[in-house]
Design a protein around this ligand. Sequence first.
Ligand code: FAD
Ligand code: 2HG
Ligand code: ZN
Length: 500
Amino acid sequence: ASAASTTVRNQSFSSINSDDISYFKKILGERGVVQEEEKLDDANTDWMRKYKGSSKLMLQPRSTEEVSRILHYCNSRCLAVVPQGGNTGLVGGSVPVFDEVIINVSSMNNILTFDKDSGIMVCEAGCILENLISFLDNEGYIMPLDLGAKGSCQIGGNVSTNAGGLRLIRYGSLHGSVLGLEAVLANGTVLDMLGTLRKDNTGYDLKHLFIGSEGSLGIITKVSILTPPRLSSVNLAFLACKDYTSCQKLLSEAKRKLGEILSAFEFLDIKAMDLVLKHLDGLRDPLPSSMHNFYILIETTGSSESHDNLSNCYFESVPFSHITREKLEAFLLESMESGLVTDGALAQDINQASSFWRIREGVPEALMKAGAVYKYDLSLPPEKMYDLVEEMRERLGDAANVVAYGHLGDGNLHLNISTQQYNNSILSKIEPFVYEWTSKQRGSISAEHGLGLMKADKIHYSKSAETVQLMAAIKRLLDPNGILNPYKVLPMSVLSQIGG
Ligand code: FAD
Ligand code: 2HG
Ligand code: ZN
């Protein structure tokens, strides 16, 4: 059975009453206290429509001070809370399990400062990722992370999940790009760690505790982030490989030959491609001449003095450069000659580039449209990754469609098992097998999505008992009543040792 159906409400949490509502209205005004059924229904339901809470209250603070006052009050009343950003999380972490109060930071969406020389941006947690991307584009910079959910997800949610996405291979994880942050603890204490320095070794670097802790240690209210300059040449290739071994070899070759200009290396198998073409409107197979088993997207980004080809541009303001384009073309040619690549297309303009990206970024949406889906987000040694997919197909036979794609360049497989309806007999064939398999390879059962509710009690597959105990001690220290995102991240057996 799923985590949602086996979790029991912690009875030491209070339920909201009319005094609580009056108090919150005093702090936030009528606007910041949401009780309308329709809005609550959306906020109680996750993106996949798989997890559903029954919260009767959503609070929308507009400042750190308001977040601090709300949390101080909730802590003193023992009211459990769920921090929420864009609600695009994929592990049931962003919605209540029972009647927890939703604290949604969407209204805190100001860009506070941007330094044009260093590229350091300070903004509030509720800024939507796509808005930050557009803002930076005008300034000649880019965000160091990009993902399919950019139109809805927020930087606070990205930092809280330590989201990886499509550019990690080039710019690294948010543990590197986030220079500082401001967070509010369960008791309302505001921690100002909003540094803008590249280097700062004064004691323990506590911001890292909040990056990837999924709202279980505090609410992130502001973020300071180092953004890279937008480089003048971006090129994108959509390739086909006949087997998985070729994909893997292509990755080693790309790392060696495209090295410093490689900015994405993504893969999808034929099942993922079929789903996208079937369920998303307006997309065509870029390589229609024959059937292919695997597809790879390679993006290169580099600087260049050659700005002469304005009709061939990828971003409106970014001309294709012949130099980096030639490098990618030469790589493609070689890879086709050696047989690693069986077919390929280079994006000729911005529209073609976005339709290539839309195919890869659209896989989660296509899966959603196809019905019920079991999602696994695994870090595995690339040479072993597809063995798991094939074993899973054998185990499940015709009962489900086993779909594989992901950030191959980062060793991150998105294994998705698509069925008509959620079904415990299928689930019992998938779990614990998938976690045991991953654990045996010393992989991670959550590469980038987090543990949320779905995998809170699975943490031991990737972390030792001693490590989990230390995490629990940190949780206890920062949130002694356990009000922040209960039932998530750490197993109930560990969490229940914390008061409530
Ligand atoms: P939410 O979903 O609202 O919250 C996520 C978690 O963070 C929850 O536990 C919540 O309690 C907590 N949280 C949110 N805001 C705060 C805050 N201010 N302070 C403290 N805690 C907070 N993830 C990847 O890593 N890579 C991808 O490529 C990727 N692609 C995606 C594509 C699609 C189509 C979708 C739907 C999701 C994708 N995701 C991906 C998953 C998701 O983790 C990210 O979309 C994103 O980081 C979540 O941000 P959000 O604002 O929606 O956070
Ligand atoms: C992606 O890379 C996201 O598209 C979603 O991380 C992965 O749906 C998934 O499993
Ligand atoms: Zn991903």
